[in-house]
Design a protein. Structure first.
Length: 291
């Protein structure tokens, strides 16, 4: 499938909407929002150089992050809930989004880091193609929650350099309870397999910056409710040689106070054990600055 065919097929995914696994079926081209409350144009919450990402993304100029408003998940502990759970931001066209990308490149950013792009993947594809036509040469990072539709991901093939999904849970019940989806592990595993098929293991340049491949994030939850070891096992099996960031910064946010088990912090010893296990499984540790 050539680029024009990919663009046309991706746009068709918006009406009826089947861009993500929720498959709401609304007509987003006509302005219907569905679960993500987003019509035909993406809404951008912010865009700028970000120095708080993994060391392999940051470099001297920072990661050129574009945060999209809203999300296709409903995580009760979301640390960015003001962006992810509520409409807002600024509506942009594909050309305007492409302009944001090229502006970040001119600022000296190391990559274009698209944060929460899942629900606007067709529009993202259109913007990336436009930005490339304007001379964008930086790696494009697809930074998502892991709950992706494989058929939509397939249409991004050849246009995304680095996939960086979360892998939140090994348990379907945890995904249902804490993120509002019934089938998180199975969907995330299939999505990860497609991402890996497209871009393979993590590759760094001579500066230690990511240029291609898969990086996975896993947020360790209190009492290991997410099943960290099982998550790592899945990632190592499906995406050997991927980067893995076992994240220890969980804190109760948003609606976590509705769930007593979410009001404590993860055990630092458990976080350390999971990080060692990821390394033993052959995954590149990304929880430390630098390559």
């Amino acid at each position: 499938m050539d680029t024009d065919e990919q663009l046309a097929a991706a746009r068709e995914m918006l009406a009826p909407c089947r861009v993500c696994p929720r498959r709401c079926g609304v007509d987003r081209l006509a302005g219907d929002g569905g679960f993500c409350r987003t019509g035909p144009r993406p809404r951008v919450a912010s865009a700028g150089a970000h120095f708080g990402e993994e060391g392999v993304l940051v470099g001297a100029g920072g990661s050129g992050t574009i945060f999209f408003q809203c999300c296709n998940l409903d995580c009760v502990f979301c640390q960015n809930y003001d962006i992810s759970h509520f409409p807002g931001g600024t509506e942009v066209s594909a050309e305007e989004l492409a302009g944001l990308m090229t502006a970040l490149a001119r600022r000296g950013c190391s990559n274009i880091n698209l944060v929460s792009p899942t629900h606007v993947a067709p529009q993202v594809l259109e913007a990336v193609v436009a930005a490339r036509s304007k001379g964008l040469r930086l790696p494009v990072v697809y930074n998502c929650g892991g709950y992706e539709a494989v058929d939509m991901l397939a249409l991004l093939d050849g246009h995304i350099d680095v996939y960086m999904p979360d892998f939140k849970y090994a348990s379907a019940e945890a995904g249902r309870k804490y993120s509002g989806v019934p089938d998180y592990p199975a969907v995330a595993e299939a999505a990860l397999a497609e991402m890996y098929r497209q871009v393979g293991p993590l590759e760094l340049d001579d500066r230690g910056l990511a240029v291609r491949g898969v990086m996975v994030r896993h947020l360790v939850m209190p009492m290991d409710l997410a099943g960290g070891r099982e998550v790592i096992d899945i990632v190592a099996r499906v995406a050997p040689g991927a980067g893995m960031n076992v994240m220890g910064q969980y804190r109760p946010c948003y609606r976590a106070d509705e769930f007593p088990e979410l009001l404590r912090l993860p055990d630092p010893a458990e976080i350390a054990r999971l990080r060692r296990w990821a390394a033993e499984c052959g995954l590149r540790r990304l929880d430390r600055p630098g390559p």
